[in-house]
Design a protein around this ligand. Structure first.
Ligand code: HXC
Length: 519
């Protein structure tokens, strides 16, 4: 046998590389692109810093011989995996290729994903999963299910150690949705992403309901209705920008700190508009986004779950370059009451920030938990308890700014001193009390009001008496529950001072395997 030249051998490799890069072939790629979708590799290019991607396992093939599968082999087996940099830091990635057997997941496809998940965990780097798949590869049967099991296991073990992001840019059906659900965030793209456990056809057979795939499990549905998704994008380009943005606020792993955010916004910038942004009339609404943007660096706020449970606002920002998580009551939606969904939304975010060493700044204006049968029967007790649990177990710096109302259990639940707040700042119009003055007067002065000659006048006077005595920040300040009463315009400066003071905070909780969080 003639010895091959190095050029001949290199050409074999180049040929194989070209075959792997071609995915499912020209026809399948054209069909895929006709749907308006990008290819698996184009998506990686959008995610990673230019030219930084290093591919692994590009010649892996499946080993299935059922149903003629030996004739349907593609180099790479329908998923592109590897690593590259995002903002200069290493990030691992897998990107399913729908042009190869519908991006379906078989044994070797799963093994490739598990390999990068293991590398990401071992090296303490974030992982981004780009999902575009028909789900378990039907021909591979239980091997495919076992593959999913391995992924779910790794998602869980990696949780809280490395940031895990799931991008949905195609169908994700059946149990396959549970890998994304186990990660920190799900990003979806309008009219491209679909997630559901059972599709429209099964639903029609079982329950008789008729619904389109988009309405059942599209990006809008999961961002605004179910709360399963955290980010909504109009295009894949926007979606990958969002992923890069979120990663920029996070450390590579739980042992490190997030990188500083570049800013030239002055520390002592005072914002006089804050005096009127939050009306002193406790019954008037306003948009808390304006408050957040007025105090954070350069007005930049990256909101998480912007379309769901809007009575609470969560997201990332920075103060003097220090990245933080923000939790804020939204007075313009349900008066900012805490309900089931917003408790779930905020408590998970608090735990996420705590896991990744991000200080939490909480802006409070809350009248209480939302009353009603639907809330009680839906389990507001156990859901609301999650807020208490999440703040209490958080050991990152916790800064609370009371802007206006802080009543009852919701005052405690929005990171009061007793739950572990390191600095509680309050504005002059704060009302820190068991409940609003009107409700309080009705209860404690009921007899006096009924006995009065003019009950209405008496009631008004007693309300005002109660307001003067208790609906202020000064009762709480006199007991040390508020560390400092500040002018609204001083908020940015004071939050930055508090963040600096608590930057070296080290708090250890009693050793345990893990807690049992309310569900
Ligand atoms: C094997 C699959 C596949 C699968 C799609 N394909 N899904 N092959 N296993 N799960 C193949 C198709 O046969 C086709 O091959 C190619 O991928 C493209 O699929 P199309 O149907 O032509 O594409 P489209 O019309 O866009 O429809 C996409 C789809 C549909 C909606 C995803 O393919 C579909 O419904 N697939 C089955 C979904 C499903 O039920 N999966 C199992 C879910 S259960 P050719 O050769 O014709 O191009 C599950 C359990 C996980 O995943 C459990 C974890 C615990």
């Amino acid at each position: 046998m003639a010895v091959k030249t190095i050029d001949e051998l290199c050409n074999v490799l180049l040929d194989k590389r070209a075959k792997a890069a071609a995915g499912g072939g020209e026809k399948a790629v054209a069909k895929h692109k006709a749907k308006g979708s990008l290819t698996a590799r184009e998506r990686i290019d959008l995610l990673m810093d230019e030219g930084s991607f290093v591919e692994l396992d590009e010649f892996v093939e499946h080993r299935c011989t059922n149903f003629g599968m030996e004739n349907k082999k593609y180099l790479g087996d329908g998923v592109v995996t590897g690593y590259g940099t995002v903002g200069g830091r290493i990030v691992y990635v897998f990107s399913q290729d729908f042009t190869v057997l519908g991006g379906s997941l078989g044994q070797m496809h799963a093994a490739k994903i598990c390999k990068v998940m293991d590398l990401a965990l071992r090296n303490g780097c974030p992982i981004v999963g780009i999902n575009d798949s028909g789900g378990a590869r039907i021909q591979e049967a239980v091997d495919a299910l076992d593959g999913y099991g391995g992924i779910f296991y790794r998602n869980t073990i990696s949780s809280g150690i490395i940031p895990q992001m799931s991008v949905i840019v195609g169908p994700t059906a059946g149990g396959a949705v549970y890998s994304p659900a186990l990660t920190d965030y799900i990003f979806m793209v309008d009219k491209i992403s679909i997630m559901h456990i059972t599709g429209p056809a099964v639903i029609k057979t079982v329950t008789g309901e008729e619904i389109s795939s988009e309405e059942l499990g599209g990006a809008k549905t999961h961002n605004s209705r179910s709360g399963n998704a955290h980010f909504f994008a109009a295009s894949e380009q926007e979606c990958f920008r969002q992923v890069r943005d979120v990663l920029s606020y996070l450390p590579s792993n739980n042992m490190g700190d997030a990188p500083r955010v570049a800013t030239s916004d002055p520390v002592s910038r005072t914002e006089m508009a804050l005096r009127t942004m939050v009306p002193t009339d406790a019954n008037k609404g306003y948009d808390v986004h304006n408050v957040i943007k007025a105090v954070v660096d350069d007005g930049k706020f990256v909101e998480v779950q912007a379309m769901w449970a809007k009575n609470i606002v969560i997201g990332y920002a920075s103060f003097d370059g220090m990245p933080v998580g923000i939790v804020a009551n939204q007075a313009s939606v349900m008066a900012g009451c805490l309900d089931i969904d917003c408790s779930d939304k905020a408590s998970r975010f608090i735990r996420h920030c705590d896991a990744f060493n991000l200080p939490i700044v909480t802006f409070v204006d809350v009248p209480g938990y939302l009353p009603g049968k639907a809330q009680e029967w839906g389990g507001i007790i156990r859901h609301g308890a999650k807020m208490l649990y999440a703040y209490s177990e958080a050991t990152v710096p916790l800064i609370t700014v009371v802007m206006r109302k802080a009543y009852g259990g919701a005052y405690i639940g929005m990171c009061s001193k007793a739950l572990g707040a390191d600095s509680v700042l309050a504005w002059p119009q704060s009302q820190i009390a068991v409940m609003g003055a009107a409700g309080a007067a009705n209860i404690i002065f009921r007899k006096e009001i009924e006995a009065a000659k003019d009950p209405q006048a008496e009631r008004a006077e007693l309300i005002s008496e109660y307001e003067d005595a208790f609906a202020t920040p000064y009762q709480a300040a006199s007991r040390g529950y508020v560390d400092k009463v500040i002018l609204p315009e001083e908020t940015r400066y004071e939050v930055i001072q508090a963040l600096k003071a608590h930057r070296t905070k080290r708090q250890a909780l009693p050793r345990k395997k893990h807690g049992v969080m309310p569900n």
